[in-house]
Design a protein around this ligand. Structure first.
Ligand code: C6P
Length: 415
């Protein structure tokens, strides 16, 4: 048997890559910006900005409607972007890619539509204790409407899912499991392949909240066998206002439309409306055309750099950050999972996270403070919030060093 050559990931030239991002060159308070709030939103490369400008200056028009030149161009570019998304996550069919407003909108769509069709009184929806509010509240709302119950996989002190509890909760009553791939407030990477396999063995579909995964790890929805996968454009160097719901054709075909309006219909009379086929059945009204097209450009950009190279650079950086932060006396990590990605949450002594955030801000270091839209996580740790540094592949070790210096300065001022 011949051995397959192992092709190493290219080592990224981060200094060169940073030049692609105009905002990273823009000083804050007269000092270079240290942007460590990438889990909230990522900065945009020049090609993405140009793609937006090109759309509005060259072929702005509505899609799927006009026969005229511009409308056809816009439609083609929009559908091309759908193809790119399908390729990026290895969906089997392009019509399994639904353009939405973002992760929140994608999850609401599934909760509402799946819930109306498949949830009955006494059924259960299983989520986890580390979910973002976007993967809690929509399920709570539909459970209330349908008389179903929301069940929660607990976490341990490290901020990891308690998988033995998951096994017990996975009963015949559960109609869908909805979990995040990577926690936005703890940085925990969940064993989603195992979760999906176990749920499927019990005949239960799984929705993956991929908001914090799509930009950090390669996603192959077919290999994972995810039934639904949701993400936002703005977390992967694309624009705000656009996101994706991937859904397996067999589920999406079974589910009723989420919203009514233009584009999602086949035929309308006052007596009855028949619905369009996938993906349009779930895309009522004029979509964020520019957003969709520009998301395609962002994915091209990521693909050109290489998601595995990005993952490697980020893993090295986050390990460096973890080691440096560990050396700060009276700093404690909130969430200390064996497998982490993207974000590190911490508290220092009894310094309130907002105070730490403000002092870092004055040193032009952008971090997020607070509950990060995961209040149950904060309740579990019995804390008001955390300081969260979240990383992208364009961040550097010297930025981590500046963060550490900033924290030491805050300690001198506040402790
Ligand atoms: N988390 C953060 O700073 P939207 O807002 O729809 O693009 O994404 C919602 C969402 C859903 N799930 C997870 C795991 C997320 O992290 C987010 C967004 C941002 O952590 C803003 S709260």
């Amino acid at each position: 048997m011949t051995k397959r050559a192992v092709i190493p990931d290219p080592v990224l030239d981060i200094e060169q890559i940073r030049k692609d991002f105009p905002l990273l060159q823009t000083p804050v308070y007269g000092k270079p910006l240290v942007y460590l709030d990438n889990a909230a939103t990522t900065q945009k490369p020049q090609v993405v900005l140009e793609s937006l400008y090109n759309y509005y200056t060259r072929y702005n028009s509505n899609v799927h409607r006009g026969v005229h030149f511009l409308s056809q161009q816009a439609t083609e570019a929009y559908e091309q972007a759908r193809k790119k998304v399908a390729g990026f996550i290895n969906a089997r069919h392009e019509h399994e890619i639904i353009f939405t407003k973002g992760t929140t909108n994608s999850i609401n769509l599934v909760a509402s539509s799946f819930g109306k069709k498949f949830l009955q009184p006494g059924d259960e929806v299983l989520i986890s204790a580390m979910e973002h509010h976007s993967n809690i509240v929509p399920w709570q709302m539909i459970c209330e409407e349908r008389g179903a119950a929301l069940k929660v996989i607990p976490i341990n002190e490290q901020g990891e899912l308690r998988m033995e509890a998951f096994d017990e909760l996975l009963t015949g009553k559960v109609k869908i499991v909805a979990v995040t791939y990577i926690s936005n407030s703890l940085g925990t990477v969940n064993p989603i392949a195992e979760i999906i396999n176990k749920a499927h063995a019990a005949g239960i579909p799984v929705l993956i909240d991929g908001a914090q995964a799509i930009q950090h790890v390669p996603i192959d929805v077919r290999e994972l066998d995810a039934d639904f996968f949701a993400f936002s454009g703005h977390k992967i160097y694309g624009p705000t206002g656009v996101g994706i719901l991937y859904g397996k054709e067999e589920w999406l075909n079974e589910m009723p439309p989420y919203e009514g309006g233009g584009d999602m219909i086949k035929n309308v009379t006052f007596a009855k409306t028949t619905y369009n086929e996938l993906p349009f059945k779930f895309e009522a009204g004029t979509p964020d055309i520019a957003g969709g097209i520009v998301l395609g450009t962002a994915l091209d950009y990521v693909q050109q750099i290489g998601i595995t190279a990005i993952r490697r650079a980020e893993e090295e950086l986050i390990q460096y950050a973890y080691n440096r932060l560990s050396a700060i006396s009276s700093l404690r990590f909130i969430g200390d999972a064996g497998h982490r990605s993207g974000a590190i949450s911490f508290l220092v002594g009894d310094i309130h996270p907002f105070d730490m955030g403000e002092i870092l801000d004055k040193q032009s270091i952008a971090v997020r403070t607070g509950h990060h839209c995961t209040q149950p996580v904060m309740d579990f740790f019995n804390i008001p919030g955390t300081v969260r540094a979240s990383f992208a592949f364009y961040n550097t070790r010297s930025e981590v060093d500046l963060l550490v210096e900033g924290i030491e300065k805050a300690k001198r001022m506040l402790m």
